[in-house]
Every structure is written in C-alpha cells, then in structure tokens.
Design a binder for this molecule. Structure first.
Ligand code: ADP
Ligand code: MG
Length: 534
C-alpha cells in the first residue's frame, strides 16, 4: 500500500447528502441477533437508539422508561453524567448541551456555544468546563456510550456495531468527527445516514402510490432539513435536499426568552449577568414554547432567577409566532429553493412528512402547508422517526430487515485542476457512492519532476471558481513533456469520505494516499445551491 502524505491537505468542504433509496420487499424474517446492529439518532438536543426486532423497528427505553435522551453531558469531579441525570445536576459551568453544533467545526467559526470555548488541537475547539476542556467529539462519545449502554441493558447482550444519522448538510469533517466519536465509544460505525433519508425510511412506501413524490420537513432542536424524494418502481430517489445546520428549536427558545426579557423590562444582557442561572431560564423558555404548541398562552416562571429577583410573565402563542419572523422566512426560502432544485411545482408533491420535535409548533405546520399548498402529514412520531429510520437501516445491514437497499449520491462533482486552471471532473455530481474513479495525467513541461494535485468540488469550468478540498505535491521521475504518466484515483466511501490515491505509473515509486479530512465550514448552503443552479 502507499504512504499517507502528512500536512498536504488544506481546508475544504466535501459535501455529500443526496441519496437514493431502493426498496425490495417488506420486513424480513425473524433471526437470532448474533451480532446486533443498533440505529442511533444522535440529535442536537435529543438522541435515541433503536433496533429491528422480529422484523419491526423499535426504540429502546432506558431504566426510567424514556426513549428520548437529552443530548447533554455533565462533567463533574471524576464523574460524567448523561441525559436526564445530567440535567438533574447543577449546571455551574459543567453542563454541555448542543455539542453537535460544534462537531468538526474550526475554532473561530464555531457558532455560539453553551460554554466558553477554547482552541483545541488540530484547529478545532473545546468547551471550557469546570472540570477542564472537553471537545465536541468527547461529548458525543459519552452520549453514544450511554446509548450503547441502554441498548445493551435492553438487549441483554453486548453491542458493537451501529448506524448513526447525521444532518444531510454535514460536511466531511463533521461526518468524520461523528464517526470518530462512535468509534471512541466502542462502536464500529457501519454507516452514517442522512437524517431525512432515515425519516423517509421510517415513513415507508406502503403509504404511497406506485409513483409519487414526497417532501420530508425536519425541524429539530438545532438543525433544519428539507428533502424531496421520488418513489418510482419501488425506488426512492432524493431529488433535492437543503437545510440550515443552525436553525431549530434552540432558536425558538431564545425567541421566548427575549420576549420574556422584553416584557419584564430587562435588557438582553441583564439575563447574561453573573449569578443568573441562564440554563434554567432556557429550560423554562423551552417548556413554555412546548406548552404554546398546545395552548394559546403560557406562563413563564423563574423564581429567584438571579438569587433575589423573580420572573413571571404570560406569553401568548401569537406573540411567539410574531417573534419567529426571521426563522420562518428562512424555512420558507429553503423549502422554495429545494422545490426549484428538484425542478418541481408544489402540485407534484404527494405528501409533506413532518418530523423533528419543533414540527409540533402550529405555526411551523402552517408554514409547511402554505409553502407546499397542502395539509402537512404529521403521522410520524416527530421525535422518533429519524431513530426508527436509523434502526431500519441498521436492520438492513444486520440482515434482520432484508431486500432493502440504500444508496447515497454525491451532490457536487469532484475533480482535480488541470493545465490552464480547468476543472477536470472525475466523479460527476449525483454519482452513487461508494465509487472509485481514476484517470491518467501527464507532465506539461520538459524535465518537470513533480506536480501539484488540487482536489476540487463544484460545477464550474474554471478550477478557481470551485471549492478546494485539499492539495498536495506528487513527485515523479523527470521526463520529457507529455511522457510522464501519473495515475490519480478518487474514491468516495459509503460515508461520503474522500480518499485520493496518486501514483507515478512510469517511474514507479510509492503510492501517495491522501484522505481529505477538512476541518472547515467555510461554504454557505446558499453558495452550493447557487452553484448547482448555475
Ligand atoms: P434534534 O433532532 O435536533 O435533536 P428533535 O427532533 O428531538 O431535535 O427536536 C427537539 C426540539 O423539539 C427541541 O428544541 C424541543 O424543544 C422541540 N420540541 C419538543 N416538543 C415540542 C413541542 N411540543 N412544541 C414545540 N417544540 C417542541
Ligand atoms: Mg433530529
């Protein structure tokens, strides 16, 4: 085998997200679980674990009978608590929540975190807790360990393999970070599955006509995803997907809190002051928000929130809805873009499948209904559909759910720069992954003995108009112009992780293998969509 090049790869962003689902028959036959595979929805705010048992996907509940685990970890002196147990502790700079938002994100580019952050190794970030620094991968590792423990407790056997879902928009670095967390938790991660794909699997096709198109609308705690899938001759294909990795219920909690602060005559910073248990205020805001999904008004109560003063304010549902203008506008824009991307009119959408806890908000359901001009389908359990889909995918891989095939495709073309600064596409967009493509290149000058390989992603003709995922120098035996032979191979694995292999075919020498492990989130979703449109 070859040797890896170190330090050769710069910042970049690899996008994979589209997918195609192919279905065969229904649930498979009963089998003994020799080596079970669990399905995990590692959510920003809530996580869950499931498995296919006797041909049916089920979620596994913890000792308290809860199927949803808050995605929070509490780092105490010599002890780490997870989920509800973590929430029962005093936060005091020890509670980490929404760590998923920081997964694979570079320090400085990290969106607002729950705790102060510091720079960690490899350009990443870490949370500064009272017990020391903790990286997002470590937080995810403890969450996954706990889910593994719950599964082992319920199944009464060891669990070593898992499928984990990720938002469709997670880039290469974020996927790698998720996989790494799973492996550090002692799980072999067989597959990373896009969340809307999992939701589509949970929704199933038994509800659909032979040929139809559905939209999956997923508004969770921290991410928003919309995908349009087409079912044709037993095959589901994702025609388009879009979303925002920084939009979800957390933002709506902030809307509630700001509303309350304004009503109480408190400036924003008044709630940031020392002595204020901000975490408790956020939790109360979330409670009020959830109540407003059912009631027209709710009362926010935070006695002695700063040790001496108390808050008590009534909040109306209409006030909350009025404060969500910008979030709603973003959702509306993304839905429309996804429709355009799929080349569709709303009339062609047979069902709008609502998932994600925040899809319970009536205003969100109204918005989906208004954009897609139809009553949205709320038949799926909003919090559990993704985990159920993950369990189904796990069952497929374990062989307990047969004759179902799941294929992902790459949403943007991958290639390298060639003479004249042109983009040479090796893997065209919408290619089914895993895939492997190779091409031969030659030297442009006499006596040239190395070439720079720039790996690019994008749809534009000129290399510089596309995104650079990485670059490295490949040495080869000096030869007259056009005589050197350099083979380049790009391979994308099931998880959308890219590996580049380069070889001097004429001159021999070792292979150069570069794994694209980008650590940056430096491209906006809009930019990707715009490029695809062009
Ligand atoms: P994620 O996948 O991001 O972890 P979930 O799909 O589990 O998130 O959704 C969690 C979000 O749903 C949280 O922000 C939570 O407050 C919100 N949520 C749960 N129940 C309700 C409800 N009844 N009304 C409004 N929002 C809700
Ligand atoms: Mg989710």
């Amino acid at each position: 085998m070859g040797r890896p090049v170190t330090g050769g790869v710069g910042a970049g962003r690899l996008l994979v997200g589209r997918c195609r689902l192919a279905f065969g028959g229904g649930p498979g036959s009963l089998r003994a679980m020799a080596d079970p595979v669990i399905g995990i929805d590692l959510g920003t705010t809530y996580s869950a674990v499931g498995i296919v048992e006797a041909g049916f996907p089920i979620l596994l509940a913890d000792e308290e009978g809860e199927r949803l685990m808050p995605s929070v970890a509490w780092f105490g002196p010599g002890v780490v608590k997870v989920g509800r147990a973590a929430l029962r502790e005093m936060a005091e700079g020890r509670l980490v929540r929404s760590a998923k938002r920081q997964m694979g994100v570079r320090f400085g580019e990290a969106p607002g975190a729950c705790l102060p952050v510091v720079r960690a190794s490899e350009g990443g970030m870490a949370f500064r807790t009272a017990e020391g620094e903790v990286t997002p991968v470590e937080v995810s590792r403890v969450l996954l360990s706990e889910l593994k423990r719950i599964a082992e407790f319920r199944l009464e056997q060891e669990v070593r393999r898992a499928v984990i879902t990720v938002p469709a928009y997670f880039n290469n670095a974020q996927r790698e970070a998720t996989k790494q967390a799973g492996e550090e938790a002692g799980l072999e991660v067989l597959r990373l599955v896009a969340e809307p794909t999992a939701a589509a699997l949970a929704y199933g096709m038994d509800k659909l006509a032979e040929r139809s198109r559905v939209a999956v609308f997923d508004l969770g705690g921290g991410t928003f995803d919309v995908s349009i899938l087409e079912l044709r001759e037993g095959v589901f294909e994702v025609l388009a997907t879009g979303g925002d990795t920084r939009l979800g219920g957390d933002d709506i909690d902030s809307v509630v809190l700001n509303l309350v602060a304004r009503k109480a005559g408190l400036e924003g910073p008044a709630l940031e002051m020392e002595g204020v248990d901000r975490d408790r205020l956020v939790r109360e805001a979330e409670r009020v928000k959830c109540e407003l999904s059912r009631e027209e008004s709710a009362i926010f109560r935070a006695p002695f929130y700063d040790g001496s003063r108390s808050l008590e304010e009534q909040v109306e549902r209409v006030e909350l809805e009025g404060g969500m203008d910008s979030e709603l506008a973003t959702m509306r824009r993304i839905c429309r873009e996804v429709l355009v991307d799929a080349g569709m009119e709303v009339a062609g959408v047979e069902a709008v499948v609502m998932v994600g806890g925040s899809s319970r908000l009536p205003v969100v359901q109204r918005l989906a209904g208004e954009v897609f001009k139809q009553e949205p389908d709320c038949s799926q359990h909003p919090d559990e559909a993704v985990a159920i889909g993950a369990a189904i995918q796990a069952g497929i891989l374990a062989g307990t759910w047969r004759e179902v095939l799941l294929l992902d495709v790459t949403p943007l073309s991958l290639g390298v720069e060639t003479l004249g600064g042109l983009m040479n596409v090796l893997i065209p967009r919408n290619t089914t992954i895993p895939c492997k493509v190779g091409e031969m290149f030659t030297n442009a000058r006499d006596g040239q003995d190395s070439m720079q390989v720039r790996v690019l992603q994008g749809e534009r003709e000129l290399a510089r108009d596309n995104w650079e995922l990485g670059k490295f120098d490949l040495p080869f035996r000096s030869a007259p112009r056009g005589k050197a032979r350099v083979g380049l191979q790009l391979s994308l694995d099931e998880d959308g992780i890219l590996e580049v292999l380069a070889r001097d075919v004429e001159g021999g020498g070792p292979d150069v293998i570069v794994k694209i492990e980008s650590a940056a989130v430096d491209v906006s979703e809009e930019a990707v969509e715009q490029m695809v449109e062009e």
